[in-house]
Design a protein around this ligand. Sequence first.
Ligand code: ACO
Length: 325
Amino acid sequence: MVALRSVIVGCGSSLPARVVTNDDLAQRVETSDDWIVQRTGIRQRYLADASETTSVLGIRACRAALDDAGLGPEDIDLVICATSTPDHTFPSTATQIQAGLGIHQGAAFDLQAVCAGFVYGVATADKFLTTGSARRALVVGAETFSRILDWEDRTTCVLFGDGAGAIVLEAREAAGTRDDRGVLTASLRSDGRHREKLYVDGGPGSTGTTGHLRMTGKEVFRFAVGSVTDVIADAFRSSGTTADELDWFVPHQANRRIIEASADKLGIARDKVVLTVDRHGNTSAASIPLALDVARKDGRIQEGDLVMIEAIGGGFTWGAALIRW
Ligand code: ACO
């Protein structure tokens, strides 16, 4: 043994009960199924009712991930919840999830990197696990973005959905080579100069209100395709792998056109791209673990597969992680 690796030993997800199609939205704002599908690839999304809070969705996803791993609450000593839509300003949604699952040991905290939150969460948990500070972590992306949308603004309200996805990471001894199972490398970036392109116009320390999401879609699009691929190139370089060796590319599910343009730019074949934006919409920090769970459960992702996750979110924040499942 020369290294500890953070190995994914289980995954799970949870979606609200209510499905909302593009045609349903067209009853509410001036839009059409054609416009939304053509520009984004989104066909439907799930929207939470009042009882389906971020922590409720997060608890369900974590419970499913624990069941998948064959583990119980006593086995977890770290809970990281990536969210921008916490139930409350405080306490953290992670502690709500911890309590809901009956986990009474270890630490729990929220992590806020908007749509890049899950990648940030995986990178953070990996540091705890590979330094021996924790043994098993739940990393959950959980969101109710429907609560911060301006439902009069057709340029944003058609893009997002609610949901949660979770993985269990376990510290395991490994050889320290690129053939190991687990997180092989992670690369994170942020640049706060881009705040105005994607933000929420409220908050407890400024307006005292929750606020609504505001976005200059074209600028986000340009940045997502033009600049974000640097972290993926970093991940390939530092792990000594190439796009050809990748089994699955599981990017943040914001927009089909962004995903396909990024894959093309990186030389990742389209049939290796996991796409769930059509059915989930953009669920922010939840989108990657939701997509991982779909691809794991339908048999695409197998043990030993090389998987790249990648996301960009408000800030901007962005990141990528290369994981052998
Ligand atoms: N339905 C119908 N028409 C619409 C809608 C709508 N929902 N929204 C905008 N339009 C109209 C506009 O008013 C405009 O009309 P005009 O030409 O008469 O002025 C026209 O459609 C074109 O609008 P654009 O904003 O230029 O459309 P664009 O092709 O840029 O597509 C989109 C907009 C889909 C938002 C695109 O810019 C995009 O995908 N950007 C990336 C942003 C993103 O995915 N963000 C997700 C959050 S960020 C993240 O997750 C990282």
